[in-house]
Design a binder for this molecule. Structure first.
Ligand code: ARG
Length: 270
C-alpha cells in the first residue's frame, strides 16, 4: 500500500531501570526466581530511548527509587490528556510507593496531579485515541475508575473487558496507531468488547496470539513509526503493509516482569 504516514512528535516520560528486578509476582509473566540481567536490561532500555530521540521525540526522565523494581513501567503512573494529570492508585501494594515519585516529577514540571479514588493503573489501562479514552478493566483498573476518568477529563470513556490474564493491562492487547486507527488482539477481550472494537475500528490491524505473546501490542506509534518488539514479525509485516514503519526495539528482559515498550513509556499530552 502506498500511503505515506505522517509522524507527530511526542513528549515521553520514562524511568531508568536502575533498580529493575522481578521480586514478586503480580501477573502471570512474573517468576520471582527468574534472574534479570541488569546490564542487558539497561542496554535494551537505552536503545529504546535512543530510538525515540533519533525519531525526534522528547524524552524526560523521572529519578528511579530503590525498592520499587517496577518503577521502570512509567505508563502505569498516570494518564495525561490536555495537560491534565490523572494519577494512578496501584492495584498491588508493592507498587503503591511509585506514585509519590511520579507526583513529584509532575509537580516540578508544573502539573497538578489528581489522585484516582479507585484502583487505576494509568496508561496501562487508559488509552487515549485522540477523541476518547479506551479503558480496560478485568484485572487492574476498575469500572469506578473509568467513570472517574470520564468525569475528570470530560472526554468519553469506552469500557472494555479483558479476559485473558496474560493480557492483564489494555496496553498489552491494543495500541493506537494514529488519530483514526488501532491494532489489537481480539481474543484478549470479552465478546461484547470485541464487538465494540469492531464497530469503532472496522479497519483495525488485527494481531495473532503469537504477536500478542511477544508483547507486539505493547507498542508505541507516532503515527508513522511503530516502536515494536522484534519478535512480533507477522504484526510488523502487517503494519508495513498498512504504510507504517516498524522500528524494532528488543525489551526481552522486561517481559520477565510482564512489560514491554509501551509499559516503559508515558506520553505527556500538553
Ligand atoms: N510488573 C508490572 C505489573 O505487573 C508490569 C507493568 C507493565 N505495564 C504496563 N503498562 N502494561 O504491574
Amino acid at each position: 500500500m502506498s500511503v505515506s504516514r505522517e509522524p507527530r512528535l511526542r513528549r515521553f516520560l520514562v524511568c531508568e531501570p536502575r533498580h529493575f528486578a522481578v521480586q514478586y509476582a503480580i501477573n502471570p509473566w512474573m517468576r520471582p526466581d527468574t534472574p534479570v540481567d541488569v546490564d542487558l536490561a539497561q542496554e535494551q532500555w537505552q536503545a529504546l530511548i535512543r530510538a525515540y530521540r533519533t525519531h525526534g521525540h522528547t524524552v524526560d526522565t523521572v529519578e528511579p527509587a530503590p525498592g520499587l523494581p517496577d518503577m521502570v513501567f512509567a505508563a502505569n503512573s498516570a494518564v495525561v490528556v490536555d495537560g491534565r494529570v490523572f494519577g494512578s492508585l496501584f492495584h498491588a501494594a508493592e507498587r503503591r510507593g511509585e506514585s509519590a515519585h511520579y507526583d513529584r516529577w509532575f509537580k516540578t514540571a508544573g502539573y497538578d496531579v489528581h489522585r484516582s479514588e479507585f484502583v487505576c493503573e494509568g496508561e496501562g489501562d487508559l488509552v487515549w485515541t485522540g477523541r476518547y479514552v479506551l479503558a480496560g478493566t478485568g484485572f487492574r483498573t476498575t469500572r469506578e475508575a473509568h467513570r472517574e476518568v470520564q468525569e475528570f477529563f470530560g472526554h468519553p470513556v469506552v469500557s472494555l473487558t479483558l479476559v485473558d490474564p496474560h493480557f492483564y493491562h489494555l496496553d498489552t492487547a491494543l495500541f493506537v496507531l494514529d488519530d483514526t486507527n488501532v491494532a489489537y488482539y481480539p481474543e484478549a477481550f470479552s465478546p461484547g468488547s470485541r464487538e465494540v472494537l469492531a464497530r469503532l475500528f472496522p479497519d483495525a490491524v488485527l494481531a495473532s496470539r503469537d504477536d500478542a505473546m511477544v508483547f507486539g501490542l505493547n507498542s508505541v506509534s507516532d503515527g508513522r513509526n511503530v516502536f515494536i518488539a522484534p519478535r512480533a514479525e507477522s504484526l510488523a509485516a502487517n503494519l508495513a503493509d498498512h504504510g507504517y514503519v516498524p522500528v524494532p526495539v528488543d525489551l526481552s528482559e522486561f517481559q520477565k516482569a510482564g512489560g514491554g515498550i509501551k509499559c516503559c513509556t508515558q506520553e505527556i499530552r500538553s
